[in-house]
Design a protein around this ligand. Structure first.
Ligand code: PFF
Length: 459
């Protein structure tokens, strides 16, 4: 007997799903992660592999997640369970929803710490006099665990407030404000970079592939980035899909979300790299990369390299805060989607009210996040997995393993175990050729591609 689950309702506006799912997808992963990985992994070649991962693996899985979510209108755990039972399969498929929730709690724990740092940088970059070096600013901001913890708490409370207000009054209302703001700020930053930065150098860096730098790690990194960036494999998109009206077309909506997400990643690269290349004026692209690597090209790309460019340039005290507001807005529209699947489950099962569910899950993430706060300072030498500190270990477990694993299981379920008639009901009048292509990718390409990359990690 199926339980009577509490209904969450559907999005009101026609475009709300696209706005909310794009809000989920576009975040720190695009504006901070994509540029630093592209820089680290050799530019154009990484970008090309990343595009392929989005198109061949990410997009087919996104369609699957939305489809399963919308069919039942429930949280990912129940959505997987209902799809499995209706296909005469074991309800144990709901485990995919559970691993998603665990991944979500872990991701939110460190996402909030980095997003908190972005909030802090709005003020740091506004107050910067150019006298203190960016490296010192970064050390000052991260050496104090009290400061990091404060901003981590502020960001978590913001996330909690939006999610606890509900689908319509919280998430829908918020993305309608945040997304246009994000678009405006990003276009402003790109125009600024175009007019004042080394734009051509950035273009050739991002779009002329040098395959000599490609190795198996490049594929792993590009795939991980694609999953993270599209918010796949952990239920966020499935949860948002649950609130999508039945008449909306899943295929074209997924294409819109994936394209917007990719566009924002590229635009973020085109906002950041021209400023960095012009800061190292007179150096070639490769020489600049060497300089940047010394500065911490990795995660430090925005907090150290870009921040030092802001410190040095005219109007930096104005452009810097705009950039960090952009990052914070993008992070908030993502973090609410990370919290939603768990909250939807607890509240639809009537275990707790929506408010209490949001408090409990965000408190859990907040507590785990303290480990990531400390990994910048008191625990900087504490290794959790291999030589990785706490924050990197959470990333390794949740982003590099649980997300691809969740995505692969969803692909296997829908490709091999879910009744095809149920799938067709949900996809509506899809073009038969498009359907066949999607089916091929979801049955074979996605599971094999993700499986190979996951296995290659073990060696
Ligand atoms: N897609 C977000 C980003 O690129 O920053 C992060 C994210 C959101 C990951 C939601 C996972 C998720 F479920």
């Amino acid at each position: 007997m199926e339980k009577n689950l509490k209904s969450h309702g559907t999005w009101i506006g026609k475009w709300t799903f696209v706005l909310a799912a794009t809000g989920s997808a576009v975040g720190l992963g695009n504006i901070w992660g994509f540029p630093y990985k592209a820089g680290d992994e050799g530019g154009g070649a990484f970008v090309l592999i990343y595009f392929l991962c989005i198109l061949l693996i990410g997009l087919p899985i996104m369609v699957s997640e939305i489809l399963i979510g919308r069919r039942s209108g429930t949280s990912p755990i129940n959505a997987m369970k209902i799809a499995a039972i209706d296909s005469n399969r074991s309800p144990a498929w709901q485990l995919v929803g559970w691993t998603g929730i665990i991944a979500g709690v872990l991701i939110l724990s460190f996402y909030s710490v980095i997003a908190g740092l972005c909030l802090n940088y709005i003020f740091i970059s506004a107050a910067s006099s150019g006298v203190i070096e960016a490296q010192t600013q970064f050390e000052n901001a991260t050496q104090s665990w009290q400061g990091l913890l404060f901003w981590h708490s502020v960001f978590m409370i913001l996330t909690l407030l939006v999610v606890s207000a509900g689908i319509k009054n919280g998430i829908e209302r918020m993305v309608k404000i945040l997304m246009p703001m994000l678009g405006f700020l990003l276009v402003f930053m790109v125009m600024y970079a175009m007019l004042n930065g080394a734009f051509n150098k950035a273009l050739s860096f991002l779009f002329s592939p040098d395959f000599s730098k490609v190795n198996t790690d490049t594929f792993l990194s590009a795939l991980g980035q694609a999953f993270f960036s599209l918010s796949l494999g952990m239920g966020s998109i499935m949860a948002y899909g649950a609130y999508m009206p039945k008449k909306q077309d899943i295929g074209s909506t997924s294409v819109s979300v994936a394209s917007l997400d990719t566009l924002v990643a590229i635009l973020a690269g085109l906002a950041i790299f021209p400023i960095l290349f012009s800061f190292y004026d007179g150096f070639s692209i490769d020489e600049t990369l060497v300089q940047l690597k010394e500065n911490g090209l990795g995660p430090g790309i925005v907090f150290v390299s870009l921040a030092s460019a802001f410190n040095d340039m005219q109007y930096g005290q104005f452009i810097g805060p705009i950039f960090f507001i952009l990052l914070s807005v993008a992070a908030l529209s993502s973090s609410i989607s990370i919290l939603e699947p768990g909250v939807a489950f607890l509240s639809e099962e009537r275990i707790l009210s929506r408010k209490k569910s949001a408090i409990v899950i965000s408190a859990l993430s907040w507590i785990i996040g303290i480990g990531s706060v400390l990994s910048f300072n008191l625990w900087s030498n504490v290794k959790i997995i291999g030589d990785k500190n706490f924050l990197d270990s959470m990333d390794l477990i949740a982003v590099q393993n649980l997300q691809p694993l969740g995505g692969m299981l969803i692909a296997i379920f829908i490709g091999w175990f879910m009744k095809e008639s149920l799938i067709k009901d949900e996809l509506g009048s899809i073009n038969p050729i498009v359907y066949k292509i999607w089916r091929f990718f979801i049955k074979l390409v996605a599971p094999i591609g993700v499986g190979c990359i996951l296995i290659s990690q073990l060696f």
